[in-house]
Design a protein around this ligand. Sequence first.
Ligand SMILES: Nc1ncnc2c1ncn2[C@@H]1O[C@H](COP(=O)(O)OP(=O)(O)OP(=O)(O)O)[C@@H](O)[C@H]1O
Ligand SMILES: [Mg+2]
Length: 193
Amino acid sequence: MTFSSMSGRTGAAGGGMGTASSVTAEGANSSAGPPLPAGQEARAVSAAVAWPLRSYLELGALPTAVPCARLHVRQVLWEWRLDALAETAELMVSELVTNAVRASADLTTGQYPGQRLAGMTPVRLWLTSDRSCVMIHVWDGDQRMPIRQEAGPEAENGRGLLLVDCMSAAWGSYMPERSSGKVVWARVGEAKP
Ligand SMILES: Nc1ncnc2c1ncn2[C@@H]1O[C@H](COP(=O)(O)OP(=O)(O)OP(=O)(O)O)[C@@H](O)[C@H]1O
Ligand SMILES: [Mg+2]
């Protein structure tokens, strides 16, 4: 499966067409893979981008993006015969897309002003696999980076990235070299040696 064969734009709210309203300039080549980082993370992330199994989904930054993304992950991993990783991958995607949707709220300005409507900015999800593990990349247009919290037992928030930290084999975030926003990535399972 290639990026192009699985690309889609979903995220409808309340049965309406809640898709990201336009493919912004920085998203024009998104189906080719996630925007790459500069520097240290480049090698690990670039390797995963070239893995043979790949999918891409663009969602509107709406709460409904989360169940759409979960369903997508489950379906794609079933198709890739990686069902054993599906539950964990679904959970990771759920946390990362939830965060991306939240961070995208009210994001109406930026590098490409005028191309985004409030609540309708895109959130992008890429999945790649070497048939052994799954790499998840989630892009949102917010420039702020995620910060893992030390959530105590009473805390109501701050658990998402803790969960990602505990259940992924590795995770990180970076500002792409050639686009706005940032990417948060997580790997589920061990890569082939
Ligand atoms: N995509 C993102 N963009 C900007 N900031 C982020 C993003 N993801 C996480 N953060 C920051 O990192 C913090 C920790 O994220 P985390 O997912 O652990 O907790 P939370 O989203 O606040 O709460 P919970 O996930 O438990 O509902 C967030 O409060 C937010 O400040
Ligand atoms: Mg969260």
